[in-house]
Design a protein around this ligand. Sequence first.
Ligand SMILES: NC(=O)C1=CN([C@@H]2O[C@H](COP(=O)(O)OP(=O)(O)OC[C@H]3O[C@@H](n4cnc5c(N)ncnc54)[C@H](OP(=O)(O)O)[C@@H]3O)[C@@H](O)[C@H]2O)C=CC1
Ligand SMILES: O=C(O)/C=C\C(=O)CC(=O)O
Length: 360
Amino acid sequence: MDPLSFSYAASPSRIVFGAGSLERLPGELDRLGVRRALVMCTPNQRGQAEAVAQRLPGRVAGIFDGAEMHVPIEVARRARAAAAALDADCALAVGGGSTIGLGKAIALESGLPIVAVPTTYAGSEATPIYGITEAGLKKTGRDARVLPRTVVYDPTLSLTLPLPLTVSSTLNAIAHACEGLYAHDGNPVTALMAEEGIRACAGALQPLHADPQDLPARSQALYGAWLCGTVLGAVSMGLHHKLCHTLGGSFGLPHAEVHSVILPHAMRYNTAAAPQAMERIARALGADDAPLGLHRLAAEHGAPLSLQEIGMPESGLDRAAELAASQPYPNPRPLEQAALRQLLEAAFHGRAPLATPNAA
Ligand SMILES: NC(=O)C1=CN([C@@H]2O[C@H](COP(=O)(O)OP(=O)(O)OC[C@H]3O[C@@H](n4cnc5c(N)ncnc54)[C@H](OP(=O)(O)O)[C@@H]3O)[C@@H](O)[C@H]2O)C=CC1
Ligand SMILES: O=C(O)/C=C\C(=O)CC(=O)O
């Protein structure tokens, strides 16, 4: 197959990046003709949302502070009703993937434009992917309406992100890029972004570990998160993301942490089937071996290493392997339930990924 045969579509989002760029938010709303923004946040980030609202006198329809992880449908319905009742003309999401995801739930139904001000490294602001959880099942989809029109990346807003979450959220970002490097619908541009995204994210962890208030390192992590999120938005995800969604959606495990634990193991599962991707990941990490490099990065910076420690019941491993193997999706190596069960066993106990793949 010709390796230089691809299709490419650039993201139409407008990106405003840099320390202090929140000051540019009023001008960005002007560009979109926004008059009544619904400012959205989680309950604990209400203060931050109020501070953002104060920068927009006369242009805030209200504050909705009920965002929750994985966008429960009941929360989505409440937010949609609030946006309609307040006659909002924009969903202004200030927060991490949970808040931005709620903005997407509104946009999906109403077509309202989203302006995102991300405060974690999850990358949702850079994708047309939405996720909504109903009756214990998380469904994801793609729709151009949910891609934020404008993203204001201001690294000063992430200075308050606690270090453990900083580390796991950065690994969540790195996971997007890792899978982007072997995606069947990737292209040379997403590969460049992925490798640079991994390098930027991984390189930010050491200085942030030493000082979580290191603003240049926060900028670097956010820059990497933008690149990795853009990759996620452009290509199909494989085993790693599917496994994380199964574990998050059906077993309630925390999103960024489950990514941190699974990533080295999912990369080992795919090592033999995606050698070029592994080479690029290893190069970006400055490691000899991609899965071991990812495991080391997580271990050195105190990320959780085992499913056990983030709440996975051992009794659920069979079911998780079954669920992960039950729906077909593109992945470099075919999905084999027994091998996935072995992967989950190693991840459950927090073992380093085996030096050779767990099946031929
Ligand atoms: N559609 C897509 O493309 C993507 C969607 N997602 C989705 O996003 C969600 C995960 O995103 P993630 O960002 O990890 O989760 P959250 O948005 O839930 O944020 C994680 C944690 O970060 C804390 N936090 C956020 N901002 C700050 C801040 N400025 N200072 C201090 N603490 C802060 C929150 O605290 P508190 O709760 O106290 O506010 C929360 O506990 C999942 O539902 C996932 O499925 C993730 C990636 C891509
Ligand atoms: O679950 C969603 O909302 C959609 C995608 C993601 O969460 C990507 C990820 O697993 O980080």
